[in-house]
Design a protein around this ligand. Structure first.
Ligand SMILES: Cc1cc2nc3c(=O)[nH]c(=O)nc-3n(C[C@H](O)[C@H](O)[C@H](O)COP(=O)(O)OP(=O)(O)OC[C@H]3O[C@@H](n4cnc5c(N)ncnc54)[C@H](O)[C@@H]3O)c2cc1C
Length: 406
């Protein structure tokens, strides 16, 4: 009888919980340890891109997601004065717009009994046969493998000898939710809508089946601000930033009851993710600027890739399987990190009239189309079929610097 392995995931964010769901679906035992005392997520919307939405649809949550999601109907771009730059093409049925709290609640219920809240990890050590997690509350967990899904300030990242150095983009993202009933035109709002102009951009999309409208506004910021879902923003500052913009932008800002601000920091791709029986996932592995809306999408892809690559693995195979996961994921996520960085530079540099903007947008979008059709489960299965190399213990495997641009 094959040995039953015990996996520990650190972090019950979108990445950690979707990994737990994917691993459990392949019969893998997993415990998730989370610092917070209960499921907790800031109230904001999130767009789950098609490359990740298709993975969630394959799970037992498929129906539940349909109940909480607003299907995206494509992207509409406008200049700051409302001139159309592009209109949505064919609807994109596999892209979701979801309230983050509803998504986290759904994932938490699906993984109920697997998550240990109130466990702040203070150390991760590789032991001979596996790894040991120690928690601030005195608890200790010995696991065959540890998956660090503990976000941008990852303790697991440091435990395997890495540190991502943040550089401020000089940009702050204001976020907020508006009750649709406050706006007479809200029923006409479909899909993702974006306005661009003078170093600023404004995005809105409906969530909670149209009851709420999520907004994200990117503006230049001379001072560095914290990366936080809970830092309060100043609505009057936001009003001033978008003074004179297209009427729906001004209406949405005027209808906000509160706003939160997140300072945008860029971090380079990490040179490796896996050491022995410890690996990284989500923002801990590939923190990226949010201009392409792919951070959570890539975290979800990571979890589903891991599940394919760890199914039927034995304890002795663990380092090689985790290296295979890194080899599969590091190149793609590094390219997505770069595309997200370029997206931000593109949005901030837009000028000219609507026709010129439309041309630039089309050419830029065509450069990034490779992200959406990707099927990570199929790619992981191919990786298994082609065989998995034993890890080289002498040097950290994989190097983003040596990777091809695409
Ligand atoms: C303004 C903004 C808009 C965005 N919009 C989108 C979008 O539309 N689409 C998209 O795909 N992505 C988007 N993103 C990115 C997305 O939010 C992140 O990529 C995603 O939430 C990362 O998930 P994660 O699970 O890896 O990390 P996190 O969500 O950060 O979760 C990490 C978890 O680990 C826990 N933790 C940390 N340290 C410890 C410890 N020592 N012990 C125990 N637990 C610990 C934390 O409490 C947390 O619950 C956006 C980001 C921003 C800032």
């Amino acid at each position: 009888m094959p040995q039953r392995l015990n996996f520990a995931i650190l972090g019950a964010g979108i990445g950690g919980l979707s990994a737990a769901l994917a691993l459990e679906a392949r019969g893998i035992d997993v415990t998730v340890f989370e610092n917070a005392n209960s499921p907790r997520e800031a109230g904001a919307g999130i767009s789950i891109p098609p490359n990740a939405a298709r993975l969630l649809r394959r799970t037992r949550l498929c129906e539940a997601i349909d109940n909480i999601t607003t299907r995206s109907q494509g992207l509409t771009l406008r200049t700051s004065h409302g001139e159309p730059v592009s209109r949505p093409g064919a609807p994109t049925p596999q892209s979701y717009q979801i309230h983050r709290v509803e998504l986290l609640d759904m994932l938490s219920s699906a993984t109920k009994g697997k998550v240990r809240f109130g466990h702040r990890c203070v150390s991760v050590e590789q032991t001979g046969p596996g790894a040991r997690l120690t928690f601030a509350n005195g608890a200790v967990c010995d696991a065959d493998a540890v998956i660090g899904a503990d976000g941008i300030h990852s303790i697991v990242q440091r435990a395997i000898g890495l540190k991502a150095h943040p550089t401020s983009e000089g940009v702050v993202a204001y976020r907020g939710l508006v009750q649709s009933k406050k706006l007479s035109w809200s029923a006409e709002l479909r899909g993702l809508n974006m306005w661009m102009g003078a170093g600023r951009s404004f995005i809105c999309f409906p969530v909670s089946q149209g009851r709420l409208i999520n907004i994200v506004a990117f503006v230049p910021s001379p001072r560095d601000m914290e990366e936080s879902w809970f830092a309060a923003g100043d609505i009057s500052a936001l009003v001033a930033e978008f003074d004179g913009w297209d009427a729906p932008v001004c209406d949405l800002i005027a209808a906000l009851d509160e706003t939160f601000r997140w300072g945008i920091y860029d971090r380079p791709a990490l040179p490796y993710w896996s050491r022995g029986c410890v690996t990284l996932l989500g923002d801990a592995a590939h923190p990226m600027v949010p201009h392409f809306g792919q951070g959570a999408g890539q975290a979800i892809e990571d979890g589903f890739a891991l599940a394919v690559l760890l199914e039927h693995a034995t304890h002795d195979e663990m380092p090689a399987r985790l290296k295979a996961y890194q080899d599969l994921r590091l190149e793609r996520t590094s390219r997505v990190q770069a595309a997200s960085r370029l997206a931000g530079q593109f949005y901030r540099s837009v000028g000219g009239d609507a026709t010129e903007q439309a041309q630039r947008m089309r050419s830029w979008m065509s450069e990034a189309e490779w992200i959406f059709p990707y099927d990570v489960e199929a790619a992981a299965l191919r990786q298994l079929q082609f065989g998995i190399d034993a890890p080289d213990e002498r040097s950290p495997p994989g190097s983003a610097a040596s990777m091809p641009a695409r």
